[in-house]
Write a protein that binds this ligand. Structure first.
Ligand SMILES: [Zn+2]
Length: 422
């Protein structure tokens, strides 16, 4: 647990305990979690950022409490996106990496954190940023200095030299200056880089296990790390209590990552049945990021991307419409993540319709962004449902997401950690 300096000072100088800060929410309807039915009009009492009770009917508020009236609205748990890049906006200008300092990513990220929160996402997993920008945003939203979701941050992703996640496309001497310092070769160096990431503040280790679509390197979409390297990364991370999320497109790269003990596969475009079996056998979760494919496809043919990137986008476009459905039918566990930053931040909830289009039920899609995502983050006692003791992360929408999950695209009211976003 971290305390801000001013809070610590206040604690030192104020003898009496602070008065509890209570908010009472009168909702037209409440869905406490994806496994429960709507409970009708209900009262949610929040004290000091935590849910104290969820009770049927509109009960009188205790004296001094703030009351919020959400008549005609359904209050549901705040949404969780397991794959965002807050510090970036969409666009193909890879050269900006050479001219924009890391500090600029914090400014862009503060804007995007607010957009993401207002879209109903009260927790996000930051899936790769510069060394300090994602961590600075994490602290800023935690301390309430900037508006935004709770952030579980990876920091810089681990990559092979010149692979997706490393710098490429410049002259060698420019690449050498711009590299994040988190490339590794061999099991020993990869273990060392995981430890370095942990030392520097990573909540989760992100690796780019295969080639990717938006990098300037065109070395295919199959496995980049060797089996020994991936096993070393997974074992080292787990020994530090950290999970590993692996960007992977090619089937053999997915299979190898699952066998190595990687915890979640991001994208998984070319998943086949053997790779799906490996994921199921190892309890590996799929984070499909269907909006990423949607976003890059919308930008094709406009001179935004370089020829090498355009070719890769066209190669994955059709597969992107069906692969999650296959994974679903093969029984791979699926959790919600979008890759926001590849498309405009704030459109995250459009992912739900794409998931349903590939065969998921509305209820399952809602669960994927609440209870299931909370489980992936190992925060199932903290977020993802409305219950006593949980963080007061909740949103209000018109309609019932269990029947039509796209109602989550229009969020009318947001509370994060007990704070109301006006
Ligand atoms: Zn990503």
């Amino acid at each position: 647990m971290r305390f801000t300096y001013p809070l610590a000072l206040a604690a030192a100088f104020v003898a009496a305990p602070a008065l509890a800060d209570t908010t009472v929410v009168h909702a037209g309807n409440v869905i406490t979690d994806a496994d429960s039915e709507p409970m009708g009009p209900a009262t949610i009492t929040v004290t000091d950022g935590r849910i104290v009770s969820v009770a049927r009917g509109w009960n009188a508020a205790p004296e001094g409490a703030e009351t919020v009236r959400l008549e005609g609205m359904t209050v549901v748990p705040g949404l969780i996106d397991l794959h965002v890049h807050l510090t970036g906006d969409p666009g193909g200008d890879f050269w900006k990496g050479a001219v924009e300092p890391e500090e600029w990513g914090v400014v862009v990220g503060a804007k995007n954190a607010a957009k993401t929160l207002r879209a109903g996402f009260t927790t996000v997993r930051e899936a790769g940023s510069a060394q300090h920008s994602g961590f600075a945003l994490r602290r800023g939203t935690e301390e309430g200095m900037i508006e935004g979701p709770r952030i579980v941050a990876a920091g810089p992703s681990l990559a092979i030299v010149g692979g997706h996640g490393d710098v490429s496309g410049f002259r060698p001497e420019v690449n050498a200056v711009l590299t994040s310092g988190y490339t590794c070769t061999g099991a020993v160096e990869c273990a060392a880089k995981v430890r370095r990431a942990s030392q520097n503040g990573s909540d989760v280790i992100k690796i780019t296990a295969t080639g990717g679509v938006l990098s300037q390197q065109g070395r295919g979409l199959e496995a980049h790390f060797s089996d020994a390297e991936m096993t070393s990364i997974a074992d080292t991370a787990h020994s530090l209590g950290l999970q590993v999320m692996a960007h992977a497109h090619g089937a053999r790269g997915i299979e190898a990552a699952a066998r190595a003990g990687i915890d979640s596969i991001e994208h998984a475009t070319y998943l086949d049945e053997a790779a799906a079996d490996a994921m199921k056998a190892n309890g590996t979760v799929l984070v499909p990021t269907l909006m990423a494919f949607q976003g890059v496809t919308e930008r094709l043919g406009q001179g935004i991307y370089t020829p090498v990137v355009e070719a890769k986008i066209r190669a994955v476009a059709e597969t992107a419409k069906v692969f999650m459905g296959k994974a679903y039918r093969w029984g791979v566990p699926i959790a919600f993540g979008t890759d926001a930053g590849v498309f405009d931040h704030g459109r995250n909830a459009e992912e739900f319709a794409l998931m349903v289009a590939q065969g998921m039920s509305h209820r399952e899609a809602f669960a994927s962004a609440t209870t299931v995502a909370a489980g992936v983050l190992q925060m199932e006692g903290e977020i993802g449902r409305l219950a006593p003791g949980y963080s007061a992360d909740m949103i209000a929408v018109a309609g019932n997401p269990l029947e039509d999950v796209t109602v989550l695209e229009n969020v009318d009211w947001v509370m994060v950690r007990g704070r109301i976003i006006d």
